[in-house]
Design a protein around this ligand. Structure first.
Ligand code: F6P
Length: 468
């Protein structure tokens, strides 16, 4: 069996005795990609140690081998918290004003990519395919080529690719684009992302379009295509079907009594639009006073990237907003917003989605947003809920039957909440059915197969010269 090497910043190594973790998005996607290959998963161990070993630790679990690298405190600060999450992340999400570029962070980002490439190059065999994931590792192919690796290398960008004028505000943008051209195949979430990156190559690097999504950049051919990521539909549906017996789900439903539930589930990140959504809910109660006491909004928001100042600031902002709204609107017997920062396992979330009449997924900008897809898949035909979805989430392109909203307009979101709560079952069903069918067709297996079929094609392409 041929071997596939997956590289990502985080690696979900299962506990001893298990051969897979039941974790979220990337882990499910990687498991799917490995289903027809022998697998090696390479990346950060999650450990931060003084003086990390330049060689990876190798761990065998079932059919997958893991090779993980530790980071030093300086690596973590510059590569992960600094360049990846304070410079690239905000710019990729169109938040130029939040971008905090520093030369030392950028050199830390390059240093870690070089260290990963040096360590990985020693493990690569001639027939391996390599699939790199996400913005932490944009220059990895270029570093691997520098180590003499000529194997097909694909890259999937899980987050948005902004318009060229936005990306080009990043001081390192040209260098990064140039490095990206060393991938044979670049996958993005949506068609507009593909247009943005292709235009960026053409305008900034004088790339020549060759048709069919291929471009000639500095004498090397690279192919750019949209591969919208999906979810494990069968597994998530089964979890939602069984969730009634789960204690957290049962207790939440008992606590609701006859009240209708609005639910939001997001990592605490400014791209997710959590404070803006809370303002929209506040607006909804202001203009629908008869609904006070009849509707509860549960927002589950595990903290993330707390070492990044913008995330700490957001955490304070959300706490304040919840306090303000609950203090002003609440009654001793009714709390309008129940805000929880704990992370819940997927089966619990599946049950809460099933119980919620309205799923609120209103990011200011999002590459895809798998919560939107999970909410749809968790619904039942007997009584499907309504998805209120930001038109700036990649998922909106595959879920046009949702109530699509502009998250910057709290009046529009408040009106969509009202419409969702009053929507008759016939309309809810009419909207839900085509979305469910599309989710089942375009699931995570479809995504991984499409990407791997394209990457496989590069085996037969003559080995390309390194860029001139
Ligand atoms: O959406 C991009 C992403 O990097 C995901 O791959 C990941 O699950 C999520 O953000 C969380 O980010 P972090 O690894 O920084 O906690």
């Amino acid at each position: 069996m041929a071997r596939l090497i997956i590289v990502s910043n985080r690696v979900a190594v299962p506990a001893e005795g298990k051969d897979a973790v039941s974790a979220g998005g990337l882990a499910v996607a990687v498991k799917e990609a490995f289903s027809s290959y022998e697998g090696l998963w390479f990346g950060w161990s999650g450990n931060i140690v003084e003086d990390p070993d330049p060689e990876p630790t190798l761990i065998d679990r079932g059919s997958i081998q893991y090779a993980v690298m530790d980071l030093s405190p300086q690596d973590h600060k510059e590569y992960y918290a600094g360049f990846a999450n304070r410079a690239l992340w905000p710019i990729m999400h169109y938040r130029i004003g939040l971008g905090a570029y520093s030369r030392s962070d950028y050199s830390g980002y390059q240093r870690v990519n070089q260290a990963f490439a040096r360590a990985l190059a020693k493990l690569v065999e001639p027939d391996d395919l390599i699939w790199v994931h996400d913005y932490h590792l944009m220059p990895l192919a270029s570093e691997l080529r520098g180590q003499g690796i000529a194997n097909p290398i694909g890259y999937f960008h899980h987050i948005p690719w902004p318009a060229a004028d936005v990306f080009n505000t990043l001081p390192a943008s040209s260098e990064l684009l140039r490095a990206m051209a060393d991938y044979d195949l670049i996958g993005l979430q949506t068609e507009p992302d593909v247009q943005n990156l292709s235009r960026n190559f053409i305008d900034t690097m004088r790339a020549i379009p060759l048709g069919g999504g291929s471009l000639m950049v500095d004498g090397r051919r690279t192919r750019i295509r949209a591969f919208p990521i999906g979810i494990d539909v069968a597994g998530f549906k089964e979890a939602a079907d069984k969730a009634g017996s789960n204690k957290v789900v049962r207790e939440t439903m008992a606590g609701l009594r006859t009240r209708k539930l609005l639910i939001g589930v997001d990592r605490l990140d400014y791209s997710k639009g959590v404070p803006e959504r809370m303002e929209a809910v506040d607006r909804f109660f202001a203009s629908n006073p008869d609904q006070r006491g009849n509707v509860v909004y549960i927002q589950i928001t595990p903290k993330s990237r707390s070492e990044v100042p913008e995330y700490e600031q957001l955490s304070r902002e959300v706490n304040e907003k919840v306090g303000d709204i609950n203090g002003t609107l609440g009654e001793p017997a009714w709390t309008p917003i129940q805000y929880v920062t704990k992370a819940y396992p997927r089966p619990v979330l599946a049950g809460l989605y099933r119980a919620a009449r309205v799923g609120l997924v209103t990011p200011m900008r999002d590459g895809m947003n798998l919560v939107a897809k999970e909410y749809v898949v968790a619904q039942s035909e007997e009584d499907p809920g309504v998805l209120v979805l930001s038109k700036f989430a990649g998922a909106a392109r595959q879920l046009p039957e949702a109530l699509l909203v502009n998250p910057y307009d709290r009046f529009e979101v408040a009106e969509a909440i009202r419409q969702a709560l009053y929507m008759p079952r016939t309309e809810r069903l009419e909207r839900w059915k085509p979305m469910m069918e599309r989710m089942a067709r375009e699931d995570v297996d479809w995504w991984a197969r499409n990407f791997m079929t394209e990457l496989e094609a590069f085996r037969t392409v003559e080995r390309q010269p390194p860029r001139t």
